[in-house]
Design a protein around this ligand. Sequence first.
Ligand SMILES: Nc1ncnc2c1ncn2[C@@H]1O[C@H](COP(=O)(O)OP(=O)(O)OP(=O)(O)O)[C@@H](O)[C@H]1O
Ligand SMILES: [Mg+2]
Length: 152
Amino acid sequence: MSERTFVMIKPDALSRRLVGRVIERYESKGLKLVGMKLQIVPRELAERQYAEHWDKPFYNDLVSFMTSGPSIAMVWEGPNAVEAARTMNGATDSAEAEPGTIRGDLGLTAHRNVVHASDSLDTAKWEINLYFDEAELFSYAMPDEGWLGVKV
Ligand SMILES: Nc1ncnc2c1ncn2[C@@H]1O[C@H](COP(=O)(O)OP(=O)(O)OP(=O)(O)O)[C@@H](O)[C@H]1O
Ligand SMILES: [Mg+2]
């Protein structure tokens, strides 16, 4: 079943010129880009996004990191998109992420970990709504849609 998931390219990735390589991963997987926004996330927005971690010792550092420079918010669509993006991103700690994952291949330090992806379908809906208006999301067909019966 087709899903939409929320993905961010974090500020460390922009400052390391990794944007193209990260986007290429999701595209190559067969996901469809349906929303995209470059911004320096306002502190209040980052706090809301990561509210689940408000009581963790790393919360302030996390919010500071996420607002330290431009990041890219994206919505990717496709079959099983939520789990697909999480699997592609790899373990939270880049140092422990498997080779072949985005963090495993491109991540340098534990918690400056290049990318974010929603951890469930419910979280995805909530995060998409947090970052995007409906009019900023696009439905469109791709030439290969329907190929082998797979709706990408
Ligand atoms: N112990 C820690 N110290 C510092 N930062 C941390 C720590 N644990 C997590 N973080 C930061 O907080 C983010 C959110 O942690 P979470 O447990 O939700 O991991 P995740 O779901 O893999 O990452 P994300 O939500 O960014 O996709 C991590 O991606 C990382 O940037
Ligand atoms: Mg998380």
